[in-house]
Design a protein around this ligand. Structure first.
Ligand SMILES: NC(=O)c1ccc[n+]([C@@H]2O[C@H](COP(=O)([O-])OP(=O)(O)OC[C@H]3O[C@@H](n4cnc5c(N)ncnc54)[C@H](OP(=O)(O)O)[C@@H]3O)[C@@H](O)[C@H]2O)c1
Length: 326
């Protein structure tokens, strides 16, 4: 089968399409998928540079955290899945190949009305956003959510989920055009953070106005987050694109009794990931079926153009998700 292959660690030029061996037939709870489309994530860019190796059991050379396709064959304990079923889901690696083996617990059925390319834009962004904002952040109707990097794949998913339950959403971005486009996804208020330090400088004016923050940016906004959160506010730290180290006043977290949660999906156990996928199937997919949620698909590249997709994302040109077609 053909697969995206990291020939050696480095820039996008290190990516190739290679012939690699097919996975063996599925056993037990395994399901073999014919991948039709696979999402591109920031994690792939880091893996390509040798900075984010996959967990044990996954090839460091074949990236890919999410996919959409159809079932080729299911193991004897794989439950409901059978050949031909249209499925999508998450994996800790190797999704950017024509065939992929996954555990049945990580699969969900593609809702009617989504093609494979649209479907491949959904799992990582919506499972991450749902698990962070709803399951761990416990966002409720009438509360205020702030999303940093609102025009990102995960950010656009969080905006839509929050609007679907009747919360208010404030989004930040360094790019004005992305904030304008976020309004189409339901964003209520926007904050342009193009100028470094802008959020910190204006945090006192808006102190204690936010219930939940989904932070995909990290160090740059950490101090401002503590000021902006209301007492008993929840901070979900999910991405570190602006850096890992920040200095802040810990007494604020104590006084306001803040909940500060760091979270990753990729390295969780199969049981924990399965639980996140089940919650997504039960609580998020019905909104897709009803047309209340839609994929945040920006553009589709042929798998052969994977270098171009990485360069596009590295330049922050994507608004939402990039997908490779297989
Ligand atoms: N923990 C998890 O399980 C998990 C799962 C999925 C994703 N993530 C992480 O979540 C983040 C978002 O992922 P995604 O796939 O949604 O990304 P994405 O669609 O590529 O968007 C990331 C956005 O971050 C903003 N950004 C980039 N560098 C920045 C900087 N130095 N300072 C401030 N903003 C910056 C850019 O928007 P602007 O226009 O505003 O600059 C960019 O569009 C990534 O860090 C990713 O690794 C974590």
């Amino acid at each position: 089968m053909k697969a995206v292959y990291i020939a050696s660690f480095g820039g996008a030029e290190k990516l190739e399409i290679r012939d690699v061996p097919d996975p063996p037939p599925p056993k037990g709870t395994e399901v073999l998928i014919r991948v039709r489309a696979a999402g591109v994530n920031r994690a792939d860019l880091l893996q390509r540079q040798g900075l984010y190796p996959p967990p044990a059991g996954y090839s460091p050379n074949i990236p890919g955290l999410e996919f959409a396709g159809d079932v080729i064959e299911a193991g004897e304990q794989a439950g409901e899945w059978k050949a031909g079923d249209p499925v999508f889901g998450i994996t800790a690696g190797e999704a950017q190949a024509e065939k992929l083996m996954v555990d049945a617990a990580l699969l969900a059925r593609i809702p009617a009305g989504l093609d494979f390319e649209q479907a491949a834009a959904v799992p990582e962004a919506f499972i991450t956003a749902h698990d962070a904002v709803m399951t761990q952040g416990e966002l409720k109707q009438g509360e205020v959510l702030m999303v940093h990097a609102a025009g990102s794949g995960v950010g656009l998913a969080a905006i839509q989920l929050a609007k679907a339950i009747g919360a208010k959403v404030i989004g930040t971005s360094r790019t004005e055009e992305k904030l304008e486009r976020c309004r189409e996804f339901g964003l209520d208020e926007e904050v342009l953070t193009a100028e470094p330090g802008y959020l910190e400088d204006h945090a006192d004016e808006n102190a204690e106005t936010v219930d939940v923050i989904l932070d995909l940016v990290g160090a740059a906004f950490f101090g401002a987050n503590l000021t902006l959160l209301r007492p008993k506010g929840r901070l979900l730290l999910i991405g570190l694109t602006s850096g890992r180290k920040a200095e802040f006043d810990l007494s604020v977290a104590l006084r306001k009794r803040l909940k500060i949660v760091g979270s990753v999906l990729r390295s969780r156990s199969l049981e924990e990931k399965g639980a996140a996928v089940r919650a997504f199937s039960a609580e998020v997919l019905p909104f897709f079926e009803k047309g209340i949620l839609r994929p945040n698909l920006d553009r589709v590249f042929d798998a052969a153009d994977v270098r171009e997709a990485h360069e596009f994302m590295a330049a922050n040109r994507n608004f939402g998700k990039l997908v490779l077609r297989f």
